[in-house]
Write a protein that binds this ligand. Structure first.
Ligand code: HCA
Ligand code: CU
Length: 366
């Protein structure tokens, strides 16, 4: 069974322009927990005193979700995480050739030693450990195998595959994950950035190829273009894999809580939680959706806490008018209905509010 790690409080807070207070983090974590995420990545304690406080506060909530601290593969970072009483730690360091040479000035062997030491230290102090070779997908595969084996031998519980710059496509990440599992036997977590709009596709492909956990953020927050969107992921898992363990009806409130606290507006056409995600417009769409919503909805609006809406504008047809008139017990004859429809279709730009249409209908009837 798949697991979801929500990283709104860590990766999400790295969204340019977004910060959360400790109290805000507690509110978000509480809602994520009720929604049912399996893990909450609640911060990187070396970032600032309040990030550390936030992590500690979330870890103390007694949530069902496991709380994970993000950390460089460094003893001093691990010590900070230990002070926060978390159950899990996610260690990361890159093994990308150029990063080793030009940034860390270390060879692969030295980085493997460093990872081993960090993992052993964290394990000795009672933590469960995920180790991620950052930018996994653009790293040399053999280096990833080597460092992953070193981490696993030192006791790491999971290996993270991170598409750090969102550069992967499904046909790359699928075989990569599969081969990494074949070569190391690791339990894989996957973390996909959305720079090419492929975060969800890549995440699901990793899952199809054996990954057991997918990282996500509410409203797809995260560095640059963000990471896999929690709503999209949870609904895709329900629709295509029959995953029933998340309370999908909570998605709109979760999204609007984070929208409010982050100040990052959700686009109208965002899947699942966007204003238009369950609004039907074209005459044919509306008449079919009135008859049977599934003709034009991937999941019923009600199943994800949304209401189905029908836009009234020049694209509207007779079926929508009939449905509005009968719901408001307004009895117009054929000619009156034609006049009303003509009126609606005569507006070149913009749509009608329900009140406007009802007003026009009453005027025509009078
Ligand atoms: C970062 C990197 C990270 C880490 C993912 C992980 C990424 O914030 O520096 O630790 O599993 O995208 O590689 O978010
Ligand atoms: Cu990331």
């Amino acid at each position: 069974m798949v697991e979801i790690l929500d990283s709104t409080l860590r990766e999400g807070e790295q969204t340019p322009g977004v910060t959360f207070t400790v109290d805000e983090k507690i509110r978000i974590a509480d809602m994520l927990d009720r929604f049912g995420v399996d893990f909450i990545e609640a911060g990187h304690p070396a970032v600032s005193p309040d990030v550390k406080e936030g992590l500690k506060a979330v870890a103390r909530q007694g949530l069902k979700a496991k709380v994970l601290a993000h950390s460089r593969a460094m003893i001093s970072d691990i010590d900070l995480a230990l002070e926060c009483d978390v159950e899990w730690i996610g260690l990361f360091i890159s093994v990308l050739d150029d990063r080793l040479k030009d940034h860390f000035r270390k060879d692969l062997c030295q980085v493997c030693d460093l990872v081993e030491d960090a993992v052993e230290y964290a394990k000795d102090h009672g933590l469960k450990v995920r180790y991620t070779p950052e930018d996994t997908l653009r790293s040399d595969f053999e280096s990833v195998v080597r460092v992953s084996r070193a981490a696993l031998e030192a006791g790491a519980d999971r290996i993270g595959v991170a598409d750090t710059v969102g550069a992967a496509i499904p046909s790359m990440i699928g075989p990569f994950v599969k081969d990494l599992i074949d070569r190391t036997g690791a339990s894989i977590n996957v973390h996909c950035h959305n720079d090419l709009g492929l975060a969800l596709a890549n995440s699901l492909t990793a899952f199809d190829n054996g990954a057991i956990l997918i990282d996500a953020c509410v409203n797809g927050l995260g560095e640059r273009a963000g990471i896999t969107d929690l709503s999209e992921l949870a609904v895709a898992l329900k629709v295509h894999y029959g995953v029933d363990k998340y309370d999908l009806e909570m998605l709109p409130e979760l999204s609007s809580l984070v929208e409010g606290l982050s100040g990052m507006k959700v686009a109208s056409n965002a899947p699942i939680v966007g204003r238009n995600a369950f609004s039907h417009n074209g005459g044919l769409h509306v008449s079919a959706a009135l008859l049977r919503p599934s003709f034009y909805e991937v999941i019923p609006a009600e199943a994800v806490g949304r209401e189905r809406r029908f836009e009234i504008d020049k694209f509207s047809g007779t079926d929508l008018l009939e449905s509005i008139l009968s719901r408001h017990t307004l009895d117009l004859d054929r000619a009156q209905k034609d006049r009303l429809l003509c009126l609606i279709k005569s507006r070149e730009k913009g749509s009608f509010s329900l009140e406007e249409v009802l007003g026009a209908a009453r005027a025509i009837k009078a």
